[in-house]
Ligand binder design. Structure first.
Ligand SMILES: Cc1ncc(COP(=O)(O)O)c(C=O)c1O
Length: 1018
């Protein structure tokens, strides 16, 4: 340096002007510029162009000025539009000229264009300006790809790879704490960074994008207008370019990582960075500062105490202290995210895996979390007394307020959502370490509030990582971290905070927990950090963080980063998204509009109606995100929204839908498949849109075949909504609004074995009940008439899930046929394998009907229905009148019908129905032993009934209890119905995909409900 000062050029303005004219042929005004070792002049030519004339120090090795020249030339040739100094050739078209001073020193001369702009140091460093800086550096470095020069390989202390030399300069730092601070970064550097240099991409880079070398457009301060001073250019890791710019941009910046992220994002857009480069960025930023403060300190030692140097170092020290206080992995996550990478490798994949596999996760609470009536805990409202009490460390008062709320509203589970803005975190520990003056306010876990002692189970197999106790007030209390490594998913952690201390002795690091195993219990305020009892559940996709490093609350500004590092665990916990995203009209408004706009006798289930917004498998989700196990709605035969059905429907709807007057494959394919499930006699199908229409067509077939009208039907039966069907449905014509029995309608006794006279031997029930039909036929005969048909459900459902006694239909069919009538089986509720043992419930009676009608489950919710009959009856129907049904049998409906049959067969759902049905019946029978009110349990497959009686001897109906049980089950999230003339039969028809887990849930809820009802509640 001192040598360099001796050889510094000292030309006068006139001499410099003469050199300009001689070598470059230019005339103009010269103004001297600062330079430590060279001489620089700002040249304004007479024609208004501006240049810099550089007269280079005589002692500068030629290789350096050659390198500079080659560098400028390369940029000029490859990126002429880049706003950096561009070479102006000498009169002899050379890049450099040469002159000898009066003292005999040989100086090289270079003329470069002037780059206009204001130094960034004198402008606000807006985020946009920093991103623009990154872009400019990216373009600069991209233009140097493939450029090399021996001068680029010089040895510089400012080379980031040489940052470890700072260790040798540490002794110049007087303060022990300061030395320790730098030592911590140096240790990280030697251990984690330096070994990786060998494999990093390297290139010639600017290497000194400090804010005096970066120019801003004065008319648009968000735009970088140029980069100057390529004097420190060097062959170095590409990422060092970003690190150096970020180190300077972070000085006195309230959010230095945000500043670095803006630069990285801009750079990445022009010159894509690699993940492994960004992963080193935090440390490289720090090391540029370490290099800077140690070089300054060593210079100070050499130059004596220079207060200017000390002042200029202050921002670097401040930034180093801030970086030292940060969790480097969080800073890196922010930098990665800014460049579009996952905040940590695998972060997004874990979220996707949880979303895709949520149905296989086991309940975190005793029952699936979504089944509890839940409400938000008011921590998002700073003025709410519960929040105030919590923040002021009065957990019992907070708990009391919450319990009162639960008591008055029926809520059982409190939810503190992920991402909620909370002011409850008031302590110093919640000050941001990333952003000056900011606080951490956004909740990064999910809180579940229930009573202390509530047991908590892991939804997924896990290994215990740690079991800690945090003592700080408003900390976690007992805290457990689990590691999950499901197949096909990057590992992730779950954090369970505020637990009872009982877990401490029971679990230790390394323990293996199977899915569904107990993790712990919610702790009391005394052991959970001083909160109303709740679980703080959090996911960390960064598995290298320890339980206490995981950030429970984060800065709002980086919520999108936290969302990847600590994703919302609500799906993992088993919540439905609808809890958080409520949509559509209120219940009250819908009820009002229904009243105003719809037929007033369109009924609504339950006094407090439910608004469902989504169905999924055996579950229905309401508009508040509560999940109900659907054990009633047998239309969703193979589960709500079955993807195979949805896909078949969508594919065909997107291709063609039209009526049956044109040829199409689907209708014949479906008729072939449907009739193949039936006895061979039943060979001809007709397609319609509802069970009522199917029964209507059945009656037309019957009339065409017999020419008769007389009906024999079972009491308390329902067959459809048209007037002619109401007329033959005793359940309708006998009850309120009905106009009584028409003369052609003859009603037989329901063959209900449970209510058979006690003196009938069980094996005679079929025959004895059939006598009721015999009597009706005899009465007709006496009048000189005969039955046209006998119509019955193969398992009378509305009559109370009545299973026909053995031999009943055989006997009745024989008599009806002898009298010239046809036999119609209504399989609208009971068909399609619901009974498990057979496709059709009539098969359990060993009969073959003449006509079978079907609907409800046939299309899994799509309006499709069918009637199937014999060739003989079909030909009677073919009497010249066209059979046309606009929608019946259309290509979309038939595609749906085919998909349903496929799924029943492929997923072996009949076998499932039988197995699960038997399991449920056995469990109900066990319950029957404990609850006297259960008079009879009956069922086959997944068609089930429990008859409730107030006296097992008299079998007097326990109608109120049946209603209370049905309502109680609904309260507990399970849907069932009541049926029978006295509404005392609990009716269950769960979907055919009902699993053992679903069955266990139903059993548990029913048991709990019976217990509550027995105790006088519901
Ligand atoms: C046994 C039975 N048959 C026929 C029907 C009429 O079917 P839909 O409502 O599709 O017209 C029903 C409807 O509940 C039914 O339960």
């Amino acid at each position: 340096m001192n040598d360099m000062l001796n050889t510094k050029p000292e030309f006068s303005l006139d001499e410099a002007g003469a050199l300009l004219a001689r070598h470059f042929g230019l005339k103009g005004t010269l103004a001297p510029l600062d330079s430590e070792r060279d001489q620089n002049f700002k040249v304004t030519t007479d024609d208004g162009r501006i240049f810099i004339l550089k007269i280079i120090n005589a002692a500068e090795p030629a290789i350096e000025s050659d390198f500079q020249t080659a560098l400028l030339k390369h940029i000029g040739e490859n990126a002429g539009d880049l706003p950096v100094p561009h070479l102006h050739p000498t009169l002899s078209a050379a890049s450099l000229a040469e002159t000898t001073s009066a003292r005999g020193g040989v100086h090289r001369l270079r003329l470069v264009s002037w780059v206009p702009g204001v130094p960034l140091a004198q402008s606000d460093r807006s985020e946009a300006a920093l991103e623009s800086l990154g872009q400019m550096l990216g373009r600069f470095d991209a233009s140097l790809r493939g450029f090399m020069h021996p001068g680029a390989l010089r040895d510089l202390d400012w080379d980031i790879r040489k940052a470890g030399r700072s260790t040798d300069r540490l002794h110049h730092i007087a303060d022990e704490n300061d030395r320790a601070l730098l030592g911590r970064f140096l240790v990280r550097f030697e251990k984690d960074v330096a070994p990786r240099f060998a494999t990093l991409r390297a290139s010639v880079i600017h290497n000194d994008a400090n804010d005096w070398n970066v120019l801003v457009d004065p008319d648009n301060r968000d735009r970088i207008s140029g980069i100057i001073d390529l004097g420190d250019a060097l062959y170095a890791p590409v990422i060092a370019e970003v690190a150096i710019a970020a180190a300077y941009a972070g000085l006195d910046h309230p959010d230095p990582i945000g500043a670095a992220a803006a630069i990285a994002r801009g750079f990445h857009g022009e010159y894509p960075l690699l993940e492994e480069e960004i992963d080193l960025l935090f440390d490289l930023i720090a090391m540029r500062l370490v290099t800077s403060v140690t070089i300054s300190a060593s210079r100070r030692t050499h130059t004596g105490d220079n207060p200017y140097l000390a002042i200029s170092e202050r921002p670097a020290w401040t930034l180093l202290r801030k970086l030292d206080a940060m969790q480097p992995r969080f800073a890196t996550a922010i930098l990665r995210h800014a460049c579009g990478f996952e905040a940590v490798r695998g972060a997004r994949a874990a979220g996707v895996w949880i979303e895709q596999n949520r149905k296989s996760l086991l309940p975190l609470l005793n029952r699936p979390v979504a089944t509890y009536p839940a409400d938000l805990v008011p921590y998002g409202d700073p003025a709410h007394p519960m929040t105030v009490n919590s923040a002021e460390a009065r957990p019992h008062d907070a708990q009391f307020i919450w319990e009162e709320h639960c008591h008055s509203t029926g809520v059982e589970l409190g939810i503190g959502p992920w991402g909620e803005a909370r002011t409850v975190y008031s302590g110093e520990m919640f000050a941001s370490r990333l952003i000056d003056g900011a606080r951490r306010t956004r909740h990064l876990g999910l809180d579940l509030f229930m009573a202390a002692g509530t047991r908590l189970y892991t939804p997924l197999a896990a290994t215990v990582v740690s079991v800690d106790v945090e003592q700080e007030p408003l900390g976690y209390g007992c805290l457990i971290a689990l590691r999950h490594e499901p197949a096909g998913c990057p590992p992730f952690l779950t954090l369970w905070g505020h637990l009872a201390h009982g877990a401490i002795g029971r679990l230790k690091a390394g323990d293996r927990l199977e899915a569904g195993a107990l993790v712990g219990e919610m702790g009391t305020a005394e052991e959970n950090g001083g909160w109303a009892p709740h679980l703080h559940l959090q996911i960390s996709t960064d598995t290298s963080l320890s339980a206490t490093e995981i950030l429970g609350v984060g800065e709002e500004r980086y919520l999108d980063v936290w969302a990847e590092l600590f994703p919302d665990p609500s799906l993992f916990a088993g919540m439905a998204g609808e809890f958080f995203t409520r949509s559509g009209r209120s219940h009250e408004e819908i009820v009002r509009l229904r009243k105003a706009l719809l037929l007033p006798n369109l009924s609504i289930s339950y006094d407090k109606p439910i608004k469902f917004v989504r169905g999924e498998g055996a579950w229905l989700i309401d508009d508040r995100g509560r999940a109900y196990l659907d054990c009633f709605n047998n239309v969703c035969h193979i589960g709500h929204a079955h993807p195979a059905v949805v896909e078949a429907m969508a594919r065909q709807a997107a291709t063609l839908n039209t009526n049956t007057r044109y040829l199409h494959d689907n209708i014949v394919a479906y008729a072939e498949r449907l009739t193949a499930t039936m006895p061979t006699e039943l060979a001809v199908a007709g397609f319609v849109n509802s069970g009522s229409e199917a029964n209507g067509v059945a009656l037309r077939l019957m009339r065409a075949h017999t020419g008769r009208e007389n009906a024999i039907v079972l009491d308390w039966a329902y067959h459809g909504t048209t007037q002619e069907l109401i007329d033959i449905s005793a359940y309708k014509f006998r009850r309120k609004g009905g106009i009584g029995q028409k003369p052609h309608v003859h009603v037989a006794t329901v063959p209900d074995s449970y209510h058979a006279p006690a003196d009938w031997p069980i094996e005679e029930h079929g025959k004895r009940f059939a006598e009721s039909v015999a009597d009706l036929i005899a009465a007709l005969k006496a009048k000189g008439e005969a039955p046209g048909f006998f119509l019955a459900e193969s398992i009378p459902s509305v009559a109370g899930q009545v299973f026909l006694p053995d031999g009943y239909l055989k006997e009745v069919y024989r008599m009806v046929r002898e009298a010239g009538g046809v036999c119609i089986a209504d399989e609208v509720q009971v068909g399609f394998g619901r009974v498990g043992s057979h496709w059709w419930a009539f098969e359990t009676q060993g009969v073959v009907p003449d006509i079978v009608t079907m609907g409800k489950p046939i299309g899994n919710g799509h309006p499709l229905a069918a009637v199937v009959t014999t060739r003989e009856i079909a030909s009677s129907f073919n009497n010249g009148m066209e059979f046309f049904n606009t929608f019946g049998g259309n290509p979309v409906s038939c595609a749906v019908g085919l998909a349903v049959l496929d799924v029943i067969e492929r997923q072996e759902l009949r076998r499932n129905a039988l197995e699960i049905g038997n399991y449920l019946i056995a469990a109900f029978r066990k319950m029957q032993m404990r609850y006297d009110v259960i008079g009879d349990v009956r069922g086959l497959g997944l068609f089930l009934g429990i008859e409730l009686v107030s006296d097992r001897k008299t079998k007097a109906p326990a109608t109120d209890i049946a209603r209370a049980v049905s309502n109680g089950a609904r309260q507990r999230g399970v849907l069932m119905g009541t049926e029978g003339p006295h509404d005392n039969v609990l009716k269950m028809r769960p979907p055919m995909i009902f699993s053992k887990r679903d069955a266990d849930h139903l059993i548990a809820v029913l048991d709990e409900t019976f217990m509550a009802v027995a105790a006088g509640g519901a």
